[in-house]
Design a protein around this ligand. Structure first.
Ligand code: C2E
Ligand code: CA
Ligand code: CA
Ligand code: CA
Length: 279
């Protein structure tokens, strides 16, 4: 069932599409969350575009289902969102990632400060206990709060309740960073940037794909980099796959890069540290 080391099972509508199957999957995810083990954090490097140095990691969830093999987040996250299990899932991922980062520091695997990017569903915006929980976790692992970057997608910011704004404000007050994911693809209103004080913009792969050859993409990336610079934000270009894209993004002054060209997401044990050290 495993189609290659990082491949996903052909898990599609033909396999499990009806409501009963969805409910079964939900029960299985609930089970996986209380047992641990099946849900595995994968890590993908984020690289400094000038020095080529490792700048951080993004944590991406994978579900190693005992029968179905590896299931991609795109398949089970909608169900996790709908059922509310996403709250538990994200917290589980944050805990694992923080523990992992602390261990890498402790055993000398990482010697300079790198940031840890974690995807956070907008469901947490209603969770007023999130901030205290995160602060305790950071303290427990003795991580500088600035290493944590919470990624929220642009589309999550439509019609956000006041409590969400308060949660984000508090996170920022305590030094935790916010990154705006998939920038440019959602219902982009520039007022978001100002209102929530994002630290990082992540340029969606849609604009990166043709950044070496298509004038519109070049103009958009150039504009995003200039905007971010003016507002004091960092920029990560996502989905960088080829050398020509790397060159184009460097020329446009994009400070950070992430994508298969540098490293594919991998579980902690399979990270290629020799290569990462050279980054
Ligand atoms: P995202 O946050 O935009 O993550 C980037 C996606 O692009 C990831 O897909 C990553 O594996 C993939 N990717 C990275 N580099 C390249 C590249 O060079 N080329 C191409 N074609 N793809 C690349 P993935 O891991 O399947 O995750 C899909 C989405 O699921 C993520 O999109 C994120 O929104 C969500 N997600 C993943 N893990 C979590 C999690 O723990 N919690 C939450 N709430 N959402 C998560
Ligand atoms: Ca992300
Ligand atoms: Ca993204
Ligand atoms: Ca995305």
């Amino acid at each position: 069932k495993q189609n290659g080391r990082h491949g996903y099972t052909l898990f599609n509508h033909a396999l499990r599409c009806n409501q009963a199957d969805q409910l079964a999957l939900e029960a299985e995810l609930r089970h996986a969350l209380s047992n641990g083990g099946e849900l595995v954090p994968y890590y993908q490097a984020i690289v400094d575009s000038h020095s080529g140095r490792l700048a951080g990691f993004e944590t991406l969830v994978r579900w190693h289902h005992p029968e179905l093999g590896m299931i991609a987040p795109g398949v089970f996250l909608p169900m996790a969102e709908e059922s509310g299990l996403i709250l538990k899932l994200d917290r589980y991922m944050i805990e694992r990632a923080c523990a992992q980062l602390a261990q890498w520091y402790a055993d000398g695997t990482i010697t300079h400060e790198v940031c840890l990017h974690i995807n956070l569903s907008s469901a947490h915006f209603h969770d007023t206990k999130l901030v205290d929980w995160m602060l305790r976790l950071i303290q427990q692992h003795q991580l500088p709060p600035g290493t944590l970057h919470l990624e929220v997608t642009e589309s999550a910011l439509i019609d956000v309740p006041d409590v969400a704004i308060e949660v984000m404000r508090q996170l920022k007050t305590h030094g935790i960073c916010l990154a705006l994911d998939d920038f440019g693809t959602g219902y982009s209103a520039l007022s978001y940037l100002h209102r929530y004080h994002f630290d990082v913009l992540k340029i969606d792969q849609a604009f990166v794909r043709e950044v070496h050859c298509q004038e519109e993409s070049i103009a958009i990336v150039r504009a995003i980099v200039a905007l971010a610079e003016a507002l004091g934000m960092d920029v990560v270009a996502e989905g960088v796959e080829t050398e020509v894209q790397v060159r184009a993004l460097r020329e446009l002054g994009c400070p950070r890069l992430q994508g298969y060209y540098f490293a594919r997401p991998a579980p902690a044990a399979e990270l290629d540290w020799l290569r990462l050290a050279g980054m």
